[in-house]
Design a protein around this ligand. Structure first.
Ligand SMILES: Cc1cc2nc3c(=O)[nH]c(=O)nc-3n(C[C@H](O)[C@H](O)[C@H](O)COP(=O)(O)OP(=O)(O)OC[C@H]3O[C@@H](n4cnc5c(N)ncnc54)[C@H](O)[C@@H]3O)c2cc1C
Length: 384
């Protein structure tokens, strides 16, 4: 049995491990730098392209119990005037599952439960990977552990050590804004239930969704400056955007708030080759504007497991890279474009909002399906 090490126990690494474990053709180990597997960020928008993979793993029912089904995208102006309502029915029809807003912890726990017999080395970050003159590959860790095997998959996120060790650096690019996130206690008024709602100001957005019966996930964007704004600035600013935003901000404990400067990377950058390959954010970190970073990491996992189940490691990695590179790059560019245009300020921002309000819903109706594709185009062919 070939030995494979997965570096990073995030969304991508754990999904891949769950899929490969189910196949039972490889001896797996997971290497995670954190001492505990605690997800960064409380919530995740799980689009149908990723929810379908959870369904294939028989985990969707378990995970979705803690979340809320999303059937519509809603766009509003800063005062809450509704601009667009987009049904997600075309996406659901294509992927045969709904979109969900779920707690990241529920996803992680469900995946972990399938991995009880896979060794997970926690609290020992990988510091280097390399190739022996023979066919073997190795990794070493901060605590001087050394592992040798047949394949290494770098699922170690935006600041990937595996990427650096491969000598294929690709600079992270600032997207020009911060993302603030939080989880409030409570329940949205009925008009927003089952929706992923985004309000657009000139150069800032505020989005929110119900997540399970008692919690509401929200996020806000803010143009990048030398120092991030304080939470007081953010709360004061968005509180003037009316209900339910003011209540959400007040119902969020300081411990349930996060702020990140948003970056992405040229998705055409090298993903590795031979017996060491990258996936997820390590391969194609993207802006969160389409809510697809984690979903695309899961699609990487699906493709990798598909090819590893059918080909020897170097051929499987090569086919995976070939199959996923263009698809992930497309979503990353769309996300970047959407984020960039969405944060125009001044006159361009006003023109954007004017045009956006006048586009008929019928024109936008198929946009989500166009952006995310369908199994026949996004899954390796023989599965579709
Ligand atoms: C504000 C914001 C909102 C987002 N919202 C969504 C959303 O709604 N839907 C969505 O699909 N995506 C969303 N994303 C993107 C999503 O969070 C990421 O794309 C996703 O987490 C990538 O998964 P990953 O497994 O590749 O990396 P990660 O989840 O980052 O996991 C990497 C893991 O590797 C570990 N690691 C790092 N270095 C080492 C090392 N040297 N050795 C061992 N372990 C290491 C880390 O500790 C971590 O556990 C959002 C991102 C942001 C910033």
């Amino acid at each position: 049995m070939d030995k494979i090490a997965i570096v990073g126990g995030g969304i991508g690494g754990l999904t891949l491990a769950a899929l490969l474990r189910r196949q039972g053709q490889h001896e797996l180990s997971i290497w995670e730098q954190s001492a505990t597997l605690a997800p960064v960020g409380a919530a995740l928008a799980l689009a149908p392209n990723a929810a379908r993979i959870l369904a294939q793993l028989d985990l969707l029912d378990e995970v979705s119990v803690a979340g809320t089904r999303i059937t519509r995208y809603v766009y509003e102006n800063a005062q809450g005037l509704r601009w667009h309502t987009l049904s997600l029915a075309p996406l659901k029809d294509a992927w045969q599952v709904d979109a969900w807003c779920i707690p990241r912890s529920a996803l992680q726990q469900a995946l972990m439960r399938t991995l009880t017999d896979v060794p997970i080395y926690l609290g020992d970050g990988v510091t280097g990977v390399g190739r022996e003159p023979s066919e073997r590959v190795w990794l070493k860790t901060r605590q001087n552990r050394r592992w040798e095997g047949d394949g290494i998959i770098g699922a170690d996120g935006v600041h990937s050590t595996v990427r650096q060790a491969l000598g294929v650096p690709a600079h992270l690019r600032s997207a020009g804004f911060y993302a603030f996130r939080g989880v409030a206690q409570g329940r949205l008024p009925d008009r927003w239930l089952g929706t992923a709602t985004e309000r657009w100001g000139l150069d800032r957005h505020f989005g929110f969704s119900q997540m399970g019966p008692e919690r509401i996930y929200w996020y806000a964007t803010w143009p990048k400056t030398d120092t991030p704004p304080s939470w007081t600035d953010v709360i004061d600013f968005f509180s003037s955007w009316g209900e339910p935003i003011r209540d959400l901000l007040q119902a969020t404990a300081p411990t349930d708030r996060l702020c990140h400067p948003i970056v992405d990377r040229n998705p055409w950058a090298d993903w590795g080759r031979d017996r060491i390959i990258l996936m997820g954010d390590a391969a194609h970190a993207m802006t969160p504007n389409l809510g697809q970073g984690g979903c695309q990491a899961m699609l990487d996992a699906w493709s990798l497991s598909h090819y590893l189940g059918r080909y020897p490691i170097p051929a499987a990695f090569d086919r995976y890279r070939h199959f996923r590179h263009r698809r992930a790059a497309r979503v990353a560019y769309l996300s970047r474009l959407y984020g960039r245009v969405g944060h125009w300020s001044g006159i361009p921002g006003r023109i954007r909002n004017l045009v956006w309000t006048h586009i008929p819903d019928s024109w936008l109706a198929r946009a989500p399906l166009w952006a995310l594709g369908r199994p026949a185009t996004e899954w390796p062919q023989s599965i579709a």
